[in-house]
Design a protein around this ligand. Structure first.
Ligand code: SF4
Length: 689
């Protein structure tokens, strides 16, 4: 029997389910989905319910470790020694190579308060803007695209909104596996009769599942999102399906005329786009007509939109069709990025980008800078800092020498593993702050043990901008919560922050960030959770955004020119590899592989169409070699017609899979988000790894 319990928030995906952590003394014995959790209402999936035991796994590192060279063995040291070593090394590097020679990476797994402190460490203590986040490699194009069109980087709806939706358009997302609890709500609405369009190279579960059959599945060639969505806009404009009243009131009519002229060109017609996307023109036409005329139409999208060389353009194209049809600014409609990690929304909100303060305000904005300068007592750099790929490039070139990485395994997660390794190897002080000795730690000089979500207080912000409390249910096994460790580093480098609890950090966030101005822990205790913006205008938060007007004033329709990726297929690399996730596992598996969930998915496989398999003499279960221009790896084959001919697919939850050994350096033109979803490969039989 439990002796106590506490309500907290799942640390896996962007749904942000609330759980009651049941304790027996100091030990968590059960995670029970919380019936009053506003994001999940008593539901959960197999990750949140069962996959929390990594918190007590024997692989956890509980003492700090230091080594002079990465070839040396690790040496356990005291916290004092580790922290003063980091401070001395970072200051030595800055004295020798300049203020901008070091930086930090925040984590979408950590709390808002911890993320706020890492960007504060970089801006105030290190004195530059070299801070970036793992959102760089997932939803940074959402930030660019939605800010450009609507004025802010946020999903427009709450999850409840789906109950008012008549037509659901899912693009590049697999909610059944990626966002299971929200997928259940979505499927309930579909079973009640809502119509469904899915744009995805793969026939995902939701296309055809019990009692659900998508009206239209557009199995496009990977890399052609912009062409297909712009072709839908072509149909909407040329067939007069746009909402003139909405556009006149909420957008700029002359911009609409320019945009309409652009999308009406013949090259954007479904017939032309069929040639490059492989999607039959009729399907594009019918999908566009249904989206435009299907009552309340809502768009949900995922990394199949963002992780492309045109990720930002695709987000803009999506926002365009929502504005064209007036599907924004009321329940049941909208544009909704399904965020991957538990706090990817929050890590972006908290100023983790090298060009933005918390709340998406540009660092060149004098008024915003002066708010932080007077509070923090320093003059802040007004030049944008380096993004993660630029940090690695600069390291290889010799100008970037020190890095603090909190809760992120960049060697395993980022594209072109060989280049990441070269960048890390060229640095003089790499500090990895994590639960386990991850792959990046192979290149680290200092390892700081991290704390799990069960060991700290704070908040996570989910995909619907909902700020949920994370509550400490057991003492940190390593001695400190992550926010305390960052604070120790700041103190050792000359800045005494003196926070005694994360509630004080949230007070500083609220005092300096207009969209969080009304947020405090008392309010979260009272309400359970709130959705930002939460301020004087919306004291209890904002479930649906852009009602009556966009954050930027008028919504902006922007031309979306399709540009083919530089990653080309050809005789040597004839197939396109794309990637995704499965329900029981999470990302590179650092947590789920250390729980019982590992038994539900013991290996990643390469899905290949029967015709492509037959051409290559591959049978189901055979080992196959996957080779790209960047590298090669080995997997076992799974023959299925879920993928079209010419396309292969894998998950990447096991380190042996090494999917990023084959992914390339190509990235989104606006944000450098890697093009994980398109890699030209050859596949052939293999004798195994
Ligand atoms: Fe909920 Fe996502 Fe956690 Fe599953 S992984 S319990 S859907 S927050």
């Amino acid at each position: 029997m439990p002796t106590s319990s506490e309500i907290t928030t799942c640390a896996y995906c962007g749904v942000g389910c609330s759980f009651k952590a049941e304790m027996q003394g100091e030990e968590v014995i059960r995670m029970v989905p919380y019936k009053d959790g506003k994001a999940n209402r008593g539901h959960s999936c197999v990750k949140g319910r069962f996959a929390w035991t990594y918190a007590t796994h024997r692989d956890r590192i509980l003492n700090p470790m230091v080594r002079e060279k990465i070839s040396d063995p690790w040496r356990e040291v005291s916290w004092d020694e580790a922290i003063s070593h980091i401070a001395n090394e970072f200051r030595r590097i800055q004295d020798k190579y300049g203020r901008s020679s070091i930086g930090g990476i925040t984590s979408s797994r950590c709390t808002n308060e911890e993320t706020f402190l890492v960007q504060k460490l970089v801006r105030q203590v290190m004195g530059n803007n070299n801070v970036d986040t793992c959102a760089r490699v997932c939803h940074s194009p959402t930030g660019y695209g939605l800010k450009s069109t609507f004025g802010t980087s946020a999903g427009t709806q709450d999850f409840d909104s789906v109950e008012h939706t008549d037509t659901v358009l899912i693009i590049g997302a697999n909610p059944t596996d990626g966002h299971p609890v929200f997928a259940s709500r979505l499927k309930k609405r579909l079973r009640q009769g809502a119509r469904l369009i899915v744009i995805d190279p793969r026939r995902t579960d939701i296309v055809r599942s019990p009692h659900i059959q998508a009206d239209y599945h557009l199995p496009l060639r990977p890399g052609t999102n912009v062409a297909v969505i712009t072709a839908m806009a072509h149909v909407i404009v040329t067939e007069g399906l746009f909402n003139e009243q909405f556009i006149r009131e909420r957008c700029d009519w002359s911009e609409f005329e320019d945009y309409a002229e652009f999308v009406s060109e013949k090259r954007h017609s479904p017939e032309e786009v069929e040639k490059l996307s492989g999607v039959p023109a009729d399907l594009i036409r019918n999908a566009a007509r249904l989206y435009a005329r299907g009552g309340n139409s809502a768009i949900y999208y995922g990394l199949g939109v963002t992780e492309h060389s045109q990720g930002s353009t695709t987000v803009i194209a999506i926002a365009n069709i929502a504005m064209l049809t007036g599907n924004i600014g009321r329940p049941g409609v909208g544009v909704n990025p399904l965020r991957g990690q538990n706090n990817v929304q929050g890590s972006c909100d908290m100023g983790s980008f090298p060009h933005e303060f918390p709340g998406y305000r540009h660092i060149s904005d004098d008024a915003t800078r002066s708010v932080y300068e007077s509070l923090w007592g320093v003059t802040l750099d007004e030049e944008p800092g380096l993004r993660i790929p630029n940090m690695l490039d600069a390291a290889v070139d010799g100008s970037f020498k020190g890095l603090y990485v909190q809760g992120e395994d960049i060697l395993q997660s980022d594209p072109n593993t060989q280049h990441v390794a070269a960048g890390l190897e060229a640095m003089e002080c790499v500090v990895v702050h994590d639960l386990f000795l991850n792959e990046t730690a192979n290149y680290a000089h200092v390892f700081l043990p991290g704390s799990t979500f069960l060991e700290k207080d704070g908040t996570f912000t989910n995909s619907e901008r909902r700020i949920n409390r994370v509550r400490k249910v057991m003492a940190p096994k390593n001695g400190y919560a992550d926010w305390e460790i960052t604070q120790l580093m700041a103190r050792a480098m000359g800045f005494d922050w003196n926070y005694t609890h994360p509630t004080e950090i949230m007070d500083e966030i609220a005092a300096t960030t207009p969209s969080f101005a009304g947020v405090n822990y008392d309010l979260l205790e009272r309400e359970g959770s709130v959705q930002w913006p939460c301020n004087e205008k919306a004291p209890l938060g904002t479930p649906v955004m852009h009602i009556g007007g966009f954050v930027r004033g008028k919504g902006k329709l922007i031309r979306t020119e399709y540009v083919a990726t530089d990653e080309k297929t050809g005789p040597r690399f004839p197939l396109l590899l794309t990637t995704g996730r499965i329900l029981s596992q999470y990302n590179v598996g650092a947590q789920t592989r250390r729980t019982e969930n590992v038994h539900w998915h013991e290996e990643d496989r390469l899905e290949i169409h029967p015709h492509d398999a037959e051409d290559r003499g591959i049978r189901d279960g055979d080992w196959v070699r996957i080779k790209s221009r960047a590298g090669e790896t080995t997997l076992r084959a799974l023959i299925t017609d879920r993928v079209a001919t010419g396309v292969v697919y894998t998950t990447f939850h096991h380190p042996d899979t090494q999917a990023n050994v084959v992914t390339t350096d190509y990235s989104d033109w606006a944000t450098n988000c890697p093009e994980y979803k398109v890699t030209a490969v050859q596949v052939g039989p293999s004798n195994g790894p």
